[in-house]
Design a protein around this ligand. Structure first.
Ligand code: GLP
Length: 633
């Protein structure tokens, strides 16, 4: 079985995986440009179906670059957008009309009259006709040549939510709760997100002659896997694309990570058995069979696609012990290293006993959600801690919280700022954007929450820095752009601390997220500092900030917490008052952010237990970052 055919056994859609989104869009943009130019040469028009959301943004930037720098013209292109929120007009900052103007149309030469976007502001009685007219116009233009798609976490394409049939056409739809939660930050609160949208149907999309579906980041990994590998179902409309004659899924490594070829490469061919892959396959086997590591036998390996491994590196017992020891050695109650101890098999060095530790938190609360117990340990062990909040997080503060705080200030004494804030909140329509003054005020709220939260971890105010990076202060969700000023501020901070340890997050996160942008700023800063001598003695630890945990085989340091420490962690998270019930969390039906965070740590502890290691209450996990590879080692 060669690699290709092994893959094909699982994948029902042609899928290309790129190192990162930038490389991926480079290829799609080139193919698009060639197709558009070919039609130009023939004197024919080209019909392009376009999508919104953060996913196509890098593609649009690349198309704009091709237009500006390589003379690509869009004069012969007619476009049809997939969808639009219903009930908002085109001037709304979150309307797809405005989005498309800002991201693409304002920067290329596509004639205005060739741009088509479903209208969100028609009267309800007229929607049906408007939708039919949209379909007719697509047909009159000869149909869509190439359709660009993203994918929602519900598996939707356009706004075809679960339940949309394969033959559905352009129509009015009700938005799914998860979709509305995902959009809540853009709209500054779930209650502001429209309940309805107009979207091309699955059938309309299937009629396009060629389809590219793009997806980036780990948050899309499960849904991408289901669409590519599982049987097509109405509960996952993107899976209907399996029946399309010319469709390509274009992925980065993070969004492809759940595909069988990435997750269980031994099932699709003969992989290179790196120590990490051995750890992965053996821990997977143990969890799959519900047998502790040390009880696995050769037959278990042979019957589960791991014959090659056990033949080459077995017998089973030797493999089991090797992996057991590796996992065991990740566990430490000394995240800053245990002074005067033999550190040969410990994740951190014994010396210096007192380390300078820099914790980078993209938004207030990322730090405590993932590593409150570790922070408490580091503080208790006397390390010199600096916790830096990279952005103020003010976009995540609901108006009600600002109202609450301004009322309090007003009652406590005269405050012109409080009065101004209250006036602005009063005058503010549901959809208008916050003024710089209101954003500043909201950032004070988050600063105070962050201070209170760290206090619960035993950290004083003097160890806190607020960087207020410009990319965030001058931007909106999903449209952040980092610049030199961001990198300079980060560089100055790291340079000033000269840390022995850095804790950071955002690697492989959704590229448009605050966390991913913050990580890019960090990477750029580190690039210019990596030659410095102190950096040779610096360990960079990655924590997760997307509500998930590292997979067990990736983990290189696991810090157990006692039941009391787990409770204290919940208290620390709880201090982030403005964020209670705010986050578009993994499972919105489930529970509050602090409960989910602790639950995640309990689940990790349960996995260690199942593997046959010690049984702890909860565990926080970290992976070491290798700056040269730019990924977890
Ligand atoms: C919205 C859009 C979809 C898009 C999805 C994912 O629901 N209607 O077309 O694919 O969001 O958004 P993002 O690309 O920001 O993850």
């Amino acid at each position: 079985m060669n690699e290709r055919s092994g893959q094909e056994l699982y994948e029902r859609i042609p899928t290309k995986v790129f190192e990162d989104a930038q490389l991926a869009v480079g290829q799609v943009a080139r193919e698009l440009a060639d197709a558009i130019r070919k039609r130009q040469f023939e004197g024919n028009p080209f019909v392009l179906g376009l999508a919104t959301g953060s996913t196509p943004v890098p593609l649009y930037r690349e198309l704009v670059r091709l237009h500006r720098e390589e003379g690509l013209s869009f004069a012969n292109v007619t476009s049809f957008n997939l969808d639009e929120y219903f009930g908002i007009d085109s001037r709304h900052p979150e309307s797809y009309y405005r989005f498309m103007r800002e991201q693409l149309f304002d920067h290329i030469d596509m004639p205005e009259e060739q741009i088509n976007i479903p209208q969100g502001s028609v009267e309800r009685e007229e929607v049906f006709e408007a939708c039919q007219a949209y379909e007719e116009k697509i047909a009159a233009c000869g149909g869509i040549d190439v359709q660009i798609l993203g994918i929602g976490r519900t598996g939707h394409i356009g706004f075809n939510e679960p339940g949309s049939g394969p033959n559905s056409r352009t129509r009015l739809v009700t938005l799914d709760r998860l979709t509305r939660l995902d959009a809540a930050r853009d709209f500054q609160g779930e209650h502001n997100v429209p309940r309805y949208a107009v979207t091309m149907g699955v059938g309309t999309i299937m009629d396009a002659r060629k389809v590219y579906l793009l997806a980036w980041g780990r948050s899309k990994a499960e849904v991408v896997k289901a669409a590519v590998e599982d049987a097509p179902v109405e509960s996952l409309p993107a899976s209907f694309l399996q029946a399309h004659k010319d469709v390509s899924f274009i992925l980065d490594t993070a969004s492809a990570s759940e595909l069988t070829r990435c997750k269980y490469p031994w099932l699709v061919g003969f992989p290179e058995w790196t120590p990490e892959l051995v750890r992965k396959s053996v821990t997977h086997l143990s969890l799959k069979l519900g047998k502790p590591l040390l009880k696995l036998v050769d037959k278990d390996y042979q019957e589960n696609g791991l014959s090659e491994l056990v033949t080459e590196q077995g017998p089973a017992y030797g493999l089991n012990i090797r992996v057991f020891n590796e996992v065991q050695h990740t566990i430490t109650g000394w995240p800053g290293g245990k002074p005067d101890a033999d550190d040969t098999y410990r994740p951190e060095r014994a010396s210096p006993a007192r380390k300078r530790v820099l914790v980078l938190s993209p938004e207030p609360q990322d730090d405590v959600l993932s590593m409150a117990a570790t922070l408490s340990r580091l503080a208790a062990h006397g390390h010199e801690l600096t916790v830096a909040y990279l952005t103020s997080g003010n976009l995540g503060v609901p108006d009600e919280e600002a109202n609450w705080a301004a009322d309090l200030m007003l009652e406590a004494g005269d405050s012109s700022l409080a009065s101004e804030v209250l006036q602005e909140l009063e005058a503010k329509g549901a959809f208008s954007e916050d003024s710089p003054k209101l954003r500043k005020f909201k950032s004070y709220i988050r600063r105070n929450e962050a201070r209170a939260s760290l206090e619960m971890c035993g950290l004083g105010k003097d160890c806190i820095r607020f960087l207020d990076l410009p990319f965030y202060e001058n931007g909106r969700y999903r449209r952040f752009e980092i610049g030199e000023a961001d990198v300079a501020a980060m560089r100055a901070l790291i340079q000033a601390v000269k840390p022995h340890q850095i804790f950071v997050t955002g690697e492989a996160a959704d590229p448009s997220s605050v966390q991913a942008k913050s990580f890019s700023v960090f990477e750029a800063a580190i690039r210019s500092l990596s030659e410095e001598t102190w950096f040779e003695d610096c360990y960079v630890w990655l924590y997760r900030s997307d509500g998930r945990e590292w997979e067990i085989h990736q983990v290189e340091m696991s810090v157990p917490c006692s039941p009391d420490e787990a409770k204290a962690k919940a208290q620390a998270i709880y201090q982030h008052r403005s964020q209670r019930s705010q986050l578009p969390v993994m499972n919105p039906e489930q529970s509050e952010a602090w409960e989910q965070a602790i639950q995640r740590n309990r689940e990790t502890a349960a996995l260690y237990d199942k593997l046959g290691l010690a049984e702890y209450e909860a565990i926080e996990c970290f992976v070491r970052w290798n700056p040269r590879k730019g990924e977890g080692q």
